[in-house]
Write a protein that binds this ligand. Structure first.
Ligand SMILES: NC(=O)c1ccc[n+]([C@@H]2O[C@H](COP(=O)([O-])OP(=O)(O)OC[C@H]3O[C@@H](n4cnc5c(N)ncnc54)[C@H](O)[C@@H]3O)[C@@H](O)[C@H]2O)c1
Length: 254
C-alpha cells in the first residue's frame, strides 16, 4: 500500500478519536487506530485499511512498536493525531496523588511519547501533520478541574513551543482546544464531579470539532478553537481572569 494517506490516531476507541478514524476510513485513508480500549476499537469494524492497536499510551516501548507496525503495514504516517486522554474531576485537596499523577502521565506524558516516537519520522520526511488535542481546559482553569487543567496546560504549552521550534520543518502542527464536547469523556465527570459551570456551556457536537480542524489545517494558525464562544472565552480568560474567577466561585458555591 503506497502513496496512500495514513492516519495514526490515539484515543481512537471513543469520542472524537473514534469519529476521526471513521471519517478518515470513509475518506479512503488508511488508519492505525490506537487505544487501550479494545472494545472501543472493535466498533470501528473491519477493513484492510484499518490497523487496530491495543496499546497503553504511557508505555513508550509499546507505542514505538505500534508506530513501527503502522508504517510497515500501512505506510508512512501522513497525519498524526493524539486524542487519548482521561478526565476524572475533583477538588485537588481530595483527589489522590496517584490519580493526579495518572492524569498527567496519560494526558501529557502520552503526548510526549507520541511526539518523541512518531513525530521525528514526519520531521525526517519534511512533511505531514500533527494534530495535538489540548482543550479550553488548557487555557482556562476551573474548580474541580485542577489536575486535568494542569495536564492540558502542559499539552498546550508544549505544543505551542513545538509549533514554533519546528516552523521550518515542513510538518504542520495544530493544537485543538475544544470547549465541552458531547463524548463519553463527560461520563468520567459524571462519575466523579459534575462542575455546575458545565451546565452554563452546553456541549458542542464532536463533528463541529473535526470540521474546525479541517478548516484550520490548510492555513498556518496553531490554535483550533471549535464552537461559537470558545475564542471569546480564551480572550476573556487572558484579559479579565479575576472577573471569571468571581463568576466561577459564584456558580460553584465555593
Ligand atoms: N469531550 C470533551 O468535552 C473535550 C473537550 C476538550 C478537549 N477534549 C479532548 O479531546 C480528546 C478526545 O476526547 P474525547 O472527548 O473523545 O474522550 P473519550 O473519553 O471519548 O476518548 C478518549 C479515548 O482515550 C483512550 N485512552 C485513555 N487512556 C488511555 C491510555 N492510557 N492509552 C491509550 N488510550 C487511552 C480511552 O480509552 C478513550 O477511548 C482528549 O484529549 C480530550 O481531553 C475533550
Amino acid at each position: 500500500m503506497t502513496n496512500q494517506k495514513v492516519l495514526f490516531i490515539t484515543g481512537a476507541g471513543s469520542g472524537l478519536g473514534q469519529l476521526t478514524a471513521k471519517r478518515a476510513l470513509a475518506g479512503g485513508w488508511a488508519v492505525a487506530a490506537m487505544d487501550i480500549n479494545a472494545s472501543g476499537l472493535a466498533q470501528l469494524g473491519e477493513s484492510p485499511k484499518l490497523l487496530k492497536l491495543v496499546v497503553d499510551i504511557t508505555d513508550p516501548a509499546a507505542v514505538e512498536a505500534a508506530v513501527d507496525r503502522c508504517e510497515t503495514e500501512l505506510g508512512p504516517i501522513t497525519r498524526l493525531t493524539n486524542a487519548a486522554a482521561i478526565m476524572p474531576l475533583g477538588l485537588l485537596n481530595e483527589q489522590p496523588r496517584e490519580l493526579i499523577m495518572m492524569i498527567m502521565a496519560i494526558n501529557f506524558g502520552g503526548m510526549v511519547n507520541i511526539v518523541k516516537i512518531a513525530l521525528p519520522r514526519l520531521m525526517t520526511r519534511g512533511s505531514g501533520e500533527f494534530v495535538s488535542y489540548a482543550s479550553m481546559a488548557g487555557h482556562w482553569p476551573l474548580i474541580y478541574m485542577g489536575a486535568y487543567n494542569a495536564a492540558k496546560h502542559a499539552v498546550a504549552a508544549f505544543t505551542e513551543v513545538l509549533y514554533h521550534e519546528t516552523r521550518n520543518s515542513g510538518v504542520r502542527i495544530v493544537c485543538v482546544c475544544p470547549p465541552i464536547v458531547a463524548t463519553p469523556l463527560l461520563e468520567q465527570a459524571k462519575g466523579t464531579v459534575w462542575p455546575k459551570i458545565f451546565n452554563v456551556f452546553p456541549p458542542i457536537a464532536p463533528e463541529a470539532v473535526l470540521d474546525e480542524i479541517e478548516r484550520i489545517l490548510p492555513g498556518k494558525a496553531l490554535w483550533v478553537f471549535p464552537g461559537p464562544l470558545t475564542r471569546v472565552s480564551w480572550w476573556l480568560r487572558r484579559w479579565i481572569p479575576g472577573m471569571l474567577w468571581w463568576r466561577v466561585h459564584q456558580i460553584e458555591g465555593i
